[in-house]
Design a protein around this ligand. Structure first.
Ligand code: 4AD
Ligand code: MG
Length: 466
């Protein structure tokens, strides 16, 4: 029986058995036991006169115990039920002088060094339970809406984004200079996106999505970038950009509504944590809303939809631009937006999630559909307060000649992507999709400040421990 089930109270006055890890042991009498099934600890009341000294000495923070006793209504405040302990079996001891996770507040930086044990803290356990619930909600949303999951390859021969930020995969030893062919007989890399393969499946299954690991060797040591992250990429035949925006908005609202309903205890805890962290910041940097408040706000309000051109005008006339407070001043149409600009738009100007669309072709990938103006493409980015870009997507170029033109202009090897252009030869049609960075979604939902703290074992420049 796990602790979450015991809190339902159904086993009241029965003998129950439960296993978990000791969080604290007070007054030789009260064990706070946690088994990860929920946030709350189960209080286990020990009759120390009936318990051997040797056993009492082994009940330390971090030890694993199996406890058998009677589940009773709690006498103390703060919990509904507790166990009157009959027997304690020590499954694994934990030396209190060595165990790093003490019953006190540890810094997130310290806990990153102890990533193998940090899930035994309330904060990380809550974050990881919410992460798991979001993952379930993603699959539920797509399944209920007629999408099929496709497993796109992790080792690929193509650079979908054309950004060249790939991790090479090879069996060749660089120190041995021989003429042996590589395993696949060609250069291969870890995928930066499953989009191109997903497009081929959308043009047969109609509505598909991928949810898998994604790798980018970009040297951005920021609180929002990982070298290995999980991306969700829906792709839909016959959808245009407006349909794509509708899908992204509905999808995000729906998964947030799921966790608001199913993760009340953990989100309540993270809401308090968020409030404490915000209170430490200078007034101007504080989030105008609490964590739960902002999640509710997102599920209940429409995202603002603004063209790139309109956004540039807003930024050009903004206070920080006129007072030269931006690091990168917005001086004209065509620039790539920096995160300070995106943050100004969502956090100061609109104070809500924003979908920017119709970007200059120059700054976007080759596969995006060209607009009639010949200079913008049907791209969209969904921007969120605190995390910046949560989603990047587009309507795809379905016209063979236009696609070839763009590939040539952007130096994309058409021979390598023959299968991708083939899609435009046989039954081509309007289609669209997007990619959502799963950790950015978890970051926003949990109110954590650093993406390294919402994935079990973060991979970042100079860091691949564990
Ligand atoms: O905007 P991106 O690069 O878009 C694509 O890869 C398209 N092929 C998606 C598509 O249309 N199917 O990446 C999509 C999202 C970003 O908006 C961001 O949330 C996330 O992936 N992302 C990262 N998350 C964590 N660490 C990184 N290094 C990330 N790079 C992108
Ligand atoms: Mg992007």
């Amino acid at each position: 029986m796990d602790i979450r089930q015991l809190f339902s109270g159904e086993q009241l006055n029965q003998t129950v058995s439960v296993s978990g890890w000791v969080r604290t042991f007070r007054a030789n009498r009260f064990i706070a036991l946690n088994d990860g099934s929920c946030l709350a600890n189960l209080q286990c009341v020990v009759d120390f006169e009936q318990t051997p000294e040797a056993v009492l000495a082994e009940i330390n923070t971090g030890a694993a115990l199996e406890i058998t006793g009677t589940l009773v209504e709690s006498q103390g405040k703060g919990q509904s039920v507790e166990i009157q302990v009959d027997t304690i079996r020590v499954l694994g001891t934990s030396d209190p002088d060595e165990y790093p996770i003490q019953p006190k507040k540890h810094s997130l930086e310290f806990l990153r060094e102890k990533a193998h044990l940090r899930v035994r803290t309330n904060t990380f356990a809550a974050v990881m339970r919410v992460r798991a619930a979001l993952s379930f909600a993603v699959h539920q949303y797509f399944t209920e809406n007629g999408f099929y999951q496709v497993h796109t390859p992790i080792i690929t021969g193509s650079d979908a984004e054309g950004a060249g930020e790939m991790f090479r995969v090879t069996t060749l030893n660089p120190e041995e200079k021989n003429d042996e062919p590589d395993f696949f007989g060609k250069e291969t890399n870890l995928t930066v996106s499953g989009q191109l393969e997903a497009e081929t499946y959308a043009m047969g299954l109609g509505k598909v999505y991928t949810f898998g690991p994604t790798f980018r060797a970009e040297n951005s040591n920021t609180s929002r970038h990982l070298a290995e992250f999980w991306m969700i990429e829906p792709e839909v035949a016959f959808n245009d950009l407006d349909d794509n925006m509708d899908l992204a908005e509905d999808f995000i609202k729906s998964v947030l509504a799921y966790v608001l309903e199913h993760c009340k205890e953990d989100l309540g805890f993270l809401d308090q944590r968020f409030a404490q962290e915000e209170a430490k910041k200078p007034q101007l940097e504080r989030s105008p809303m609490g964590l739960l408040e902002r999640l509710q706000f997102v599920t209940q309000n429409e995202f603002k939809r603004v063209s790139y051109t309109e956004a540039i005008e807003i930024l050009r006339n903004s206070k920080p631009n006129k007072k030269k407070k931006f690091k990168y001043l917005v001086d004209g149409w065509g620039i790539d937006l920096q995160s300070e600009h995106e943050r100004y738009l969502v956090e100061k100007h609109f104070t809500s999630p924003v979908i920017l669309f119709d970007y200059p072709a120059e700054i976007k990938a080759f596969y995006m559909r060209m607009n009639d103006d010949g200079k913008t493409v049907r791209a969209m980015d969904v921007l969120f307060p605190g995390v910046g870009e949560m989603v990047g997507g587009s309507q795809r170029e379905e016209r063979l000649d236009k696609l070839q033109e763009r590939m040539k202009a952007m130096d994309i090897d058409e021979e390598e992507l023959w299968w991708y252009t083939d899609l435009r030869r046989f039954g081509s049609a309007v289609h669209a999709g997007f990619g959502l960075g799963f950790e950015r979604l978890v970051l926003y939902t949990t109110g954590m400040g650093n993406i390294r703290d919402v994935i079990p074992y973060p991979r970042t420049p100079q860091n691949a421990s564990f």
